[in-house]
Design a protein around this ligand. Structure first.
Ligand code: FMN
Length: 204
């Protein structure tokens, strides 16, 4: 797919077929996602991948069975793959404590960081993962773990110190079950004034 077509086609999918994703396809998607740039080449992100029946361990924690009958996107639970993304601040503190980076002071603690690059880099990886998946003809939904994040971490055996970034459901789209997200009616900026409503040239 042409890159500009991919960008313009990209949208979230909330209804999936149960059909599995071939190993080779999922492998390509994950491999492309891990190639993102990271601060100091720290590479402080991890994916926990659940396939097939394993996905129920995610849903059992985040969406108890008694709430499923009224859940707005029932076919989201059919997604054959669930990937949770985790950021690792410790990798950045370790990297920026080394001799070539020590003068930055950023190895001293996460409070030293004006921008938490572990979240930036993990988000880059999550975005590339989504684009790579769409490029394969898959649909994706990125969504939050919100207040369930610590329970998900415990269920999935995520080591202490790794921060939740979000969850990506992947699968073959089922347009017949699709229902719009709650924010679908929000207009994309800019609604008037052209690109300059978002882009500040020379000075804000
Ligand atoms: C950080 C982030 C969190 C999101 N959380 C949710 C969510 O919890 N539930 C949901 O249905 N969609 C979620 N979305 C999807 C957005 O609602 C969606 O991207 C936005 O409305 C624009 O629609 P589009 O991506 O289809 O163009 C999230 C997207 C992002 C980037």
């Amino acid at each position: 797919m042409e890159f500009s077509e991919l960008i313009h086609k990209r949208k979230m999918t909330r209804a999936f077929l149960r059909d599995s994703i071939p190993d080779a396809v999922l492998g390509r998607v994950l491999d492309q996602a891990r190639r993102v740039p990271t601060a100091g080449n720290s590479q402080g992100f991890d994916f926990v991948v659940l396939e097939g029946d394993q996905t129920s361990s995610y849903w059992d924690v985040t969406l108890p069975k008694d709430r499923r009958a009224t859940f707005r996107w029932p076919n989201l639970l059919d997604a054959p793959v669930i990937i949770t993304v985790w950021a690792n601040p410790g990798a950045y503190l370790e990297r920026y404590s080394r001799s070539d980076k020590r003068a930055t002071g950023l190895g001293q603690g996460i409070d030293m960081w004006g921008t938490p690059y572990w979240l930036v880099d993990s988000s880059f990886a999550a975005m590339v993962l989504q684009l790579a998946a769409i490029n394969e003809g898959l649909g994706v939904l990125f969504f939050g773990m919100f207040e369930k994040a610590s329970k998900v971490a415990e269920e999935l055996g995520v080591p202490a110190g790794h921060l939740p970034v979000g969850t990506i459901a992947l699968g073959w789209p089922d347009p017949s079950g699709e229902r719009p997200g709650r924010s679908a009616a929000e207009a994309r900026r800019p609604t008037e004034g052209g690109l300059d409503a978002v882009v500040h040239r020379g000075r804000w």
